[in-house]
Structure formats: C-alpha cells, structure tokens
Design a protein around this ligand. Structure first.
Ligand SMILES: [Fe+2]
Ligand SMILES: [Fe+2]
Length: 168
C-alpha cells in the first residue's frame, strides 16, 4: 500500500473499503448470474441473448478485478469467502430458475438498475474526495448504464417478435 496515495483520500478509508467490498460482492454475484443464465436460457432469440449475457458476465468479472485492485491499494483485503458475498451484497442474487428468455432478461435488468444506483452513490460519495476511486466507479457506472440499455433493447426486440407471432 502506498502511504501518500492513501493519505490523499479525503474520507474515512475503512468505510470506503467496506463500500468497495460490498460492490465487489455484487460484481461476483452478477458475474455468476449472467454466466449461468447464458448456459441455461431458453426461448426465441436465444442466440442474441446468450451473446449479450456472456459479454456482461465478462464485464462484471472485470469490474470485480478493478474493485479488488483498488481495495488492495487502499490497504484493505477483498472478501476472500464466497459465502460472504451474500452478506455484503447490495443487489443480491436472482437465480435464473425459470430459464425463459424474457424472465432471465427481466431479472438481469433489475440487477443492472440496482448496480446503477450503487455506483451512482459511490460516484457521489467519492467526487472531489478520492479521484482514483471516483475514476474507477465512474467507469463501472458507464458500463452498467450500457448494460441496462443493451438488455432493454433485447427485451424490446423480443416483445416485438412475440407480438408479431401472436398476430399471425
Ligand atoms: Fe458490474
Ligand atoms: Fe452490469
């Protein structure tokens, strides 16, 4: 850990590490939710949805890596036990037990909306106080906004297709 790098953080570093560990837990749960969703999803437009879910799974894992690196830089330890993810997570985990494409999309849209709220609050909290963490959480927020948009676009295509089908 870099002493000067920590000294310039204008907020309670331990509190910040705790919040980053909560977001870190969210990212792992989101990664798995997408990863397993991509394996089991069923229904129309499955191929396009699988491609999107697989891409998002990779993004969430990358986010977990960014957060882990920052937690370590701040002198903290990223959560080492998966069972703790549930305890610390803001957004929880929605098991895709109903693998129909529309239900999986709905669950993941809900997850992204929660992630957007989480990062929005981290952006606000670190703004002007910790530019390094701010830069990381802002990048992640941009990705989560894009994720929500991607999933809602898939949902729109799916709904158009289903309504055309029911008319014919
Ligand atoms: Fe993420
Ligand atoms: Fe996301």
């Amino acid at each position: 850990m870099g002493t000067k790098g920590i000294e310039i953080v204008g907020m309670d570093v331990n509190h910040l590490i705790g919040l980053l560990n909560k977001a870190f837990s969210d990212e792992w749960l989101a990664h798995y939710q997408y990863w397993i969703g991509a394996k089991i999803v069923k229904g129309p437009m499955k191929e396009a949805v699988i491609a999107e879910l697989t891409q998002h799974a990779a993004d969430e894992l990358r986010h977990a890596g960014l957060l882990a690196a920052r937690i370590i830089q701040l002198g903290g330890t990223p959560i080492t036990k998966p069972e703790e993810w549930y305890k610390h997570s803001n957004c929880g985990y929605d098991a895709p037990d109903n693998p129909f494409v529309k239900d999986v999309l709905e669950q993941n849209i809900k997850g992204e909306q929660c992630a957007i709220m989480t990062y929005q609050s981290l952006v606000n909290l670190t703004m002007g106080k910790d530019p390094v963490t701010y830069n990381i959480v802002l990048q992640i927020l941009q990705d989560e906004v894009e994720h929500e948009d991607d999933l809602q676009a898939e949902m729109e295509d799916l709904e158009t297709m289903l309504s055309l089908r029911s008319r014919s």
